[in-house]
Design a binder for this molecule. Structure first.
Ligand code: SER
Length: 591
């Protein structure tokens, strides 16, 4: 079985069990300030897990592209990736643990032919917030999984969500496949990740995490499952790692053919990072210094660094990206559509990085000279971190280079500097989340409607090439990223602001109805159509001014918005602009 077939049989299996196939969402979350990327299939479904009816029904299934940058330093082992695909099925207040687990088991063992004897599972051990999940364990026992292959583990391992700080979450049961069935008896998944690969996670989302950290029951009990496509494919085909599947082998082969001294670990990093960067660029993003553009930059630079270490010369990422497009283009047509942008963005970033590397090289020589002058035989940890963070030098490489100069490198100090940096970013992310997606105050709802008016106004003033590339709403302001080749002039901004305020003054009604995507497109609605077909969606109309595919919520009349004001307009990457705006109360809006 190949990846294409695996996606298909998964969707078919759940379709046979009453699930509607829905399209995957963009990698850039819409209207969600909490995270930079879509990290799981459930992410775009949060409003529906909270109880809003989904137009396609209560049973859904899809495959979803995901990016998780937390794992970036794990990449290179057998299973970790920064970009991966998740196969998922959901019950929105419909079926519960029994069906979910039975179907997971049936799909793995009967449809895919996994050996039931090699299947291990974990269940939630219970704590003050929720009881031990004996219900899930009972289903597993009933299916024939013996006690020895069922482990109970605490919240840190068997509780999933929320995305960010608040929202739907719950205990889960995870399925692992034993990749070394001849290994020591009695070993459990928690103890050996190399041996036991987590392939699937069934989450029982019945809780809503509150700002004070407590968990209250959701309006409905949901099931959220996620199966890792790459791991499942590897386990299924007997590959020794995800990199030995058809999803990666051609990328690795191409990189290897360019390398003078190929190294298995470096090849994996190059392959993973090139693939992830290709998908991020396919969202219309270009490398930059903030947010998603920064992640693209970091991935590209790490790939170049590791490429160089293997003696690859000149530009090479564009060539590898072409291989990614060949492998993945059938499942993700957006790759073909954005192919030129992907290749040219990679080329430009490689050129820019070469200059940075030359500067890093000079930094390094300076640091070595200083250490020698001070009679020290160690390169400070802060310098190792600086070379890593600013110049993209992997720490092991700096260590190696230092050794060649007869110095050691303070790796302990590097790890401390790294941990401090992570703590700072974590705090940044927590601040970013304040008032996130699940925070549905009247103010965020008003800003959400204002975002639509803004987009429609931008298209009228600047032209139809304007497309949304990201949106972020807090209680204080909205932030909207969109495509536009040049700076937006003050006159244009004024015109946009005035046009939005005019619609507010008209007190237009906001209404919605359901239609198929094709009908929505016919009707001239804007929104994310890419790679989605036949789905029933909700289309919101703001009077005669805007028509958009969207899940809501919105105000009922635009008069409730108050006064719209643009605070700032800036460029955030090639062809990408960002506007921040607020709503100020007026008598009509607060009255
Ligand atoms: N949301 C869960 C996960 O990411 C199941 O899809 O593992």
């Amino acid at each position: 079985m190949d990846a294409y077939a695996l996606r298909r049989v998964y969707l078919e299996f759940f379709q046979e069990r009453g699930h509607a196939v829905i399209g995957g969402a963009s990698l850039i979350p819409e209207h969600d300030p909490s995270v930079l990327f879509t990290t799981a299939g459930m992410h775009p479904l949060v409003p529906f897990l909270l109880g809003e009816p989904h137009p396609a029904g209560r049973r859904l299934t899809n495959y979803q592209k995901c990016v998780r940058t937390d794992d970036i330093l794990e990449v290179g082992d057998r299973v970790h990736l920064t970009f991966f695909e998740m196969l998922g099925n959901w019950s929105l207040g419909d079926y519960w643990k029994d069906e979910a687990i039975r179907w997971s088991y049936e799909f793995l063992t009967e449809r895919l032919g996994f050996d039931a004897e090699r299947l291990h599972v974990t269940c939630f051990a219970g704590d003050a917030d929720a009881p031990r999940d004996d219900e899930a364990a009972m289903v597993w026992r009933d299916l024939g999984i013996p006690e020895a292959r069922i482990t109970f583990v605490p919240k840190k391992d068997n509780w999933w969500g929320p995305v960010g700080a608040l929202g739907p979450c719950g205990p889960d049961t995870e399925m692992f496949y034993d990749m070394q069935p001849d290994g020591p008896i009695g070993e459990t998944p928690a103890a050996n990740q190399e041996r036991f690969w987590e392939v699937w996670n069934d989450v029982f989302m019945e809780f809503d995490k509150q700002p004070d950290g407590s968990y209250i029951p959701l309006r409905q009990r949901n099931v959220d499952t996620g199966m890792g496509l790459e791991r499942t494919l590897a386990a299924l085909t007997g590959a020794s790692s995800v990199f030995d599947t058809e999803l990666f082998a051609p990328i690795i082969e191409r990189a290897q053919s360019l390398a003078r001294a190929a190294d298995p670990y470096a090849l994996r990093v190059v392959a993973d990072h090139t693939r992830a960067a290709t998908f991020i660029l396919a969202e219309g993003i270009s490398p930059g210094n903030l947010d998603q553009p920064y992640v693209a930059r970091r991935l590209i630079r790490r790939a170049v660094r590791y490429g160089r270490e293997m003696g690859i010369r000149g530009h090479f990422l564009g060539e590898l990206a072409e291989v990614v497009v060949q492998i993945m283009g059938d499942a993700y047509p957006e790759l073909m559509e954005h192919r030129d942008h992907i290749v040219s963005a990679l080329h430009e970033e490689e050129t820019r990085f070469q200059r940075t590397l030359d500067r890093g090289e000079r930094e390094f020589i300076k640091a070595v000279t200083q250490a020698r002058a001070a009679d020290q035989n160690e390169l400070p940890g802060a310098m190792v971190f600086r070379l890593y963070d600013t110049y993209g030098y992997p720490p092991e490489l700096t260590e190696e280079m230092a050794r060649r100069e007869g110095l050691s490198a303070d790796m302990e100090g590097y790890r401390r500097a790294f941990a401090e940096h992570q703590e700072r970013s974590r705090r940044g992310a927590a601040a970013r989340f304040k008032g996130g997606l699940v925070e549905r105050s009247p103010q965020t709802t008003r800003l959400h409607t204002a975002t639509y008016l803004l987009q429609a106004a931008l298209r009228r003033v600047l032209g139809d090439h304007v497309e949304q590339r990201g949106s972020n709403i807090t209680v204080e302001r909205l932030r909207f990223d969109f495509t536009h080749p040049t700076r937006v002039t003050p006159e244009e901004l004024q015109a946009v602001e005035a046009l939005v305020n005019e619609q507010i003054a008209r007190d237009l009604p906001v209404t919605w109805r359901e239609m198929t995507l094709e009908e929505a497109r016919e009707a001239g609605a804007i929104g994310l159509f890419e790679g989605r077909y036949g789905e029933v969606v909700r289309v919101y109309a703001v009077g005669d001014f805007s028509l958009e595919v969207c899940g809501g919520p919105h105000v009922e009349h635009t008069g409730a918005l108050g006064r719209f004001r643009i605070i700032k307009e800036e460029g955030i990457g090639a062809g990408l602009r960002r506007i921040r705006a607020t709503l100020e109360d007026t008598e009509e809006s607060s009255g």
